[in-house]
Design a protein around this ligand. Sequence first.
Ligand code: GLN
Length: 194
Amino acid sequence: MTTVGVLALQGDVREHAAAITRLGAGVTLVRRPSELDAVDAIILPGGESTTIDKLLRAFELRQPLIDRIDAGLPVLGSCAGMILLATDLIDGIEGQQTLEAIPMTVRRNAFGRQVDSAEASLTWLPDGSPMSATFIRAPWVESYGAEVEVLATAVDAEGAEHAVAVQHGARLATAFHPEISDELRVHRRLLDLT
Ligand code: GLN
Protein backbone atom coordinates (compact mmCIF):
# COMPACT_ATOMS: atom_id res chain seq x y z
CA MET A 1 0.00 0.00 0.00
CA THR A 2 1.16 3.54 -0.72
CA THR A 3 2.09 5.37 2.48
CA VAL A 4 2.05 9.14 2.62
CA GLY A 5 3.97 10.96 5.34
CA VAL A 6 2.54 14.12 6.85
CA LEU A 7 5.11 16.40 8.44
CA ALA A 8 3.69 16.65 11.96
CA LEU A 9 5.67 19.43 13.63
CA GLN A 10 2.93 22.10 13.51
CA GLY A 11 -0.14 22.98 11.46
CA ASP A 12 -3.19 21.21 10.07
CA VAL A 13 -1.72 17.72 10.13
CA ARG A 14 -4.94 15.84 10.94
CA GLU A 15 -6.85 17.30 7.99
CA HIS A 16 -4.20 16.17 5.51
CA ALA A 17 -4.06 12.73 7.12
CA ALA A 18 -7.86 12.46 6.80
CA ALA A 19 -7.78 13.38 3.09
CA ILE A 20 -5.16 10.69 2.39
CA THR A 21 -7.12 8.11 4.39
CA ARG A 22 -10.26 8.94 2.38
CA LEU A 23 -8.30 8.19 -0.79
CA GLY A 24 -7.41 4.75 0.57
CA ALA A 25 -3.68 5.24 1.18
CA GLY A 26 -1.77 4.79 4.44
CA VAL A 27 -0.56 7.71 6.55
CA THR A 28 2.57 8.12 8.70
CA LEU A 29 3.07 11.19 10.87
CA VAL A 30 6.67 12.35 10.45
CA ARG A 31 8.54 13.93 13.35
CA ARG A 32 11.86 12.08 13.16
CA PRO A 33 14.28 11.52 10.26
CA SER A 34 13.81 7.72 10.53
CA GLU A 35 10.07 8.13 9.93
CA LEU A 36 10.87 9.49 6.46
CA ASP A 37 12.37 6.18 5.38
CA ALA A 38 9.08 4.34 4.89
CA VAL A 39 7.05 6.99 3.05
CA ASP A 40 6.23 7.09 -0.68
CA ALA A 41 5.30 10.81 -0.62
CA ILE A 42 5.31 13.63 1.92
CA ILE A 43 2.91 16.46 2.74
CA LEU A 44 4.01 19.75 4.28
CA PRO A 45 0.87 21.14 5.93
CA GLY A 46 -0.39 24.66 6.34
CA GLY A 47 0.40 26.38 9.60
CA GLU A 48 3.12 28.92 10.23
CA SER A 49 6.12 28.58 7.92
CA THR A 50 8.51 30.37 10.28
CA THR A 51 7.66 27.95 13.11
CA ILE A 52 7.83 24.86 10.89
CA ASP A 53 11.20 26.07 9.55
CA LYS A 54 12.60 26.41 13.09
CA LEU A 55 11.22 23.02 14.15
CA LEU A 56 12.59 21.32 11.03
CA ARG A 57 16.04 22.43 12.10
CA ALA A 58 15.51 21.66 15.81
CA PHE A 59 14.29 18.13 14.96
CA GLU A 60 17.18 17.66 12.49
CA LEU A 61 14.69 16.92 9.74
CA ARG A 62 15.56 19.71 7.33
CA GLN A 63 18.52 18.07 5.56
CA PRO A 64 17.00 14.54 5.43
CA LEU A 65 13.86 16.04 3.91
CA ILE A 66 15.85 17.99 1.32
CA ASP A 67 17.79 14.82 0.47
CA ARG A 68 14.63 12.71 -0.01
CA ILE A 69 12.95 15.39 -2.13
CA ASP A 70 16.13 15.74 -4.22
CA ALA A 71 16.05 11.95 -4.72
CA GLY A 72 12.52 12.23 -6.18
CA LEU A 73 10.13 11.82 -3.23
CA PRO A 74 6.79 13.33 -4.34
CA VAL A 75 5.83 16.27 -2.13
CA LEU A 76 2.77 18.47 -1.61
CA GLY A 77 2.97 21.70 0.34
CA SER A 78 -0.14 23.71 1.20
CA CYS A 79 0.06 27.37 2.28
CA ALA A 80 2.95 27.37 4.80
CA GLY A 81 4.05 24.21 2.97
CA MET A 82 4.14 26.15 -0.33
CA ILE A 83 6.35 28.74 1.37
CA LEU A 84 8.68 25.96 2.57
CA LEU A 85 9.07 24.62 -0.98
CA ALA A 86 10.00 27.95 -2.60
CA THR A 87 13.53 28.86 -3.59
CA ASP A 88 12.89 32.54 -2.80
CA LEU A 89 10.62 34.46 -0.43
CA ILE A 90 9.24 37.97 -0.27
CA ASP A 91 8.26 39.10 3.25
CA GLY A 92 9.94 36.18 4.99
CA ILE A 93 11.29 36.92 8.47
CA GLU A 94 14.98 37.48 9.24
CA GLY A 95 16.83 34.16 8.91
CA GLN A 96 13.83 32.21 7.55
CA GLN A 97 14.97 29.23 5.48
CA THR A 98 13.16 27.10 2.93
CA LEU A 99 13.76 23.69 1.35
CA GLU A 100 14.35 25.35 -2.06
CA ALA A 101 12.50 22.61 -3.96
CA ILE A 102 10.47 24.61 -6.51
CA PRO A 103 12.06 27.42 -8.53
CA MET A 104 9.63 30.17 -7.58
CA THR A 105 9.39 33.36 -5.56
CA VAL A 106 6.55 33.21 -3.04
CA ARG A 107 5.12 36.26 -1.29
CA ARG A 108 4.17 35.42 2.31
CA ASN A 109 0.82 36.66 3.67
CA ALA A 110 0.11 38.10 0.22
CA PHE A 111 -3.68 37.81 0.38
CA GLY A 112 -3.55 38.40 4.14
CA ARG A 113 -3.61 42.17 3.85
CA GLN A 114 -7.02 42.11 2.19
CA VAL A 115 -8.56 39.15 3.98
CA ASP A 116 -7.51 36.87 6.80
CA SER A 117 -9.56 34.05 5.39
CA ALA A 118 -11.56 33.73 2.19
CA GLU A 119 -13.26 31.19 0.00
CA ALA A 120 -12.71 31.58 -3.73
CA SER A 121 -13.90 29.71 -6.75
CA LEU A 122 -10.99 28.76 -9.00
CA THR A 123 -10.53 26.77 -12.16
CA TRP A 124 -8.49 23.61 -11.72
CA LEU A 125 -6.50 23.98 -14.93
CA PRO A 126 -5.52 20.29 -15.41
CA ASP A 127 -9.13 19.46 -16.32
CA GLY A 128 -10.85 22.88 -16.46
CA SER A 129 -13.24 22.01 -13.64
CA PRO A 130 -14.28 24.47 -10.90
CA MET A 131 -12.58 24.20 -7.51
CA SER A 132 -13.59 25.90 -4.30
CA ALA A 133 -10.49 27.01 -2.39
CA THR A 134 -9.96 28.24 1.17
CA PHE A 135 -7.25 30.87 1.67
CA ILE A 136 -5.96 31.69 5.20
CA ARG A 137 -3.34 34.44 5.35
CA ALA A 138 -2.22 32.85 2.14
CA PRO A 139 0.86 33.39 0.01
CA TRP A 140 0.84 33.66 -3.76
CA VAL A 141 3.49 32.83 -6.34
CA GLU A 142 5.07 36.06 -7.47
CA SER A 143 7.23 34.51 -10.23
CA TYR A 144 8.34 31.04 -11.27
CA GLY A 145 10.78 29.18 -13.49
CA ALA A 146 9.93 28.19 -17.06
CA GLU A 147 9.59 24.51 -16.09
CA VAL A 148 6.93 25.18 -13.42
CA GLU A 149 3.35 24.29 -14.45
CA VAL A 150 0.55 26.51 -13.10
CA LEU A 151 -2.42 24.42 -11.90
CA ALA A 152 -4.64 27.29 -10.68
CA THR A 153 -4.67 31.08 -10.44
CA ALA A 154 -6.58 33.54 -8.26
CA VAL A 155 -7.30 37.25 -8.58
CA ASP A 156 -6.30 39.70 -5.81
CA ALA A 157 -8.27 42.75 -4.56
CA GLU A 158 -6.73 44.89 -7.33
CA GLY A 159 -7.78 42.42 -10.00
CA ALA A 160 -4.28 41.06 -10.67
CA GLU A 161 -3.96 37.34 -11.33
CA HIS A 162 -1.47 35.19 -9.39
CA ALA A 163 -0.49 31.52 -9.54
CA VAL A 164 -1.84 29.75 -6.43
CA ALA A 165 -1.21 26.11 -7.35
CA VAL A 166 1.90 24.87 -9.14
CA GLN A 167 3.74 21.71 -10.07
CA HIS A 168 7.43 21.17 -10.73
CA GLY A 169 8.15 17.50 -11.52
CA ALA A 170 6.88 15.52 -8.53
CA ARG A 171 6.56 18.65 -6.39
CA LEU A 172 3.15 20.23 -5.83
CA ALA A 173 2.27 23.39 -3.94
CA THR A 174 -0.99 25.21 -3.25
CA ALA A 175 -1.47 28.60 -1.58
CA PHE A 176 -4.90 27.43 -0.44
CA HIS A 177 -5.93 24.54 1.81
CA PRO A 178 -7.42 21.60 -0.13
CA GLU A 179 -7.31 19.62 3.14
CA ILE A 180 -9.94 21.77 4.84
CA SER A 181 -12.35 22.01 1.92
CA ASP A 182 -14.12 18.87 0.82
CA GLU A 183 -11.51 18.61 -1.93
CA LEU A 184 -9.49 15.55 -2.87
CA ARG A 185 -8.18 16.36 -6.36
CA VAL A 186 -4.90 17.83 -5.13
CA HIS A 187 -4.17 14.89 -2.82
CA ARG A 188 -5.12 12.47 -5.61
CA ARG A 189 -2.62 14.20 -7.88
CA LEU A 190 0.07 13.63 -5.23
CA LEU A 191 -0.84 9.93 -5.00
CA ASP A 192 -0.69 9.68 -8.81
CA LEU A 193 2.96 10.81 -8.60
CA THR A 194 3.97 7.87 -6.35
N1 GLN B 1 1.05 32.98 6.77
C1 GLN B 1 1.51 31.67 7.11
C2 GLN B 1 3.01 31.52 6.99
O1 GLN B 1 3.72 32.41 6.68
C3 GLN B 1 0.85 30.63 6.25
C4 GLN B 1 -0.62 30.53 6.59
C5 GLN B 1 -1.19 29.17 6.44
O2 GLN B 1 -0.49 28.17 6.28
N2 GLN B 1 -2.49 29.10 6.56
O3 GLN B 1 3.47 30.46 7.23
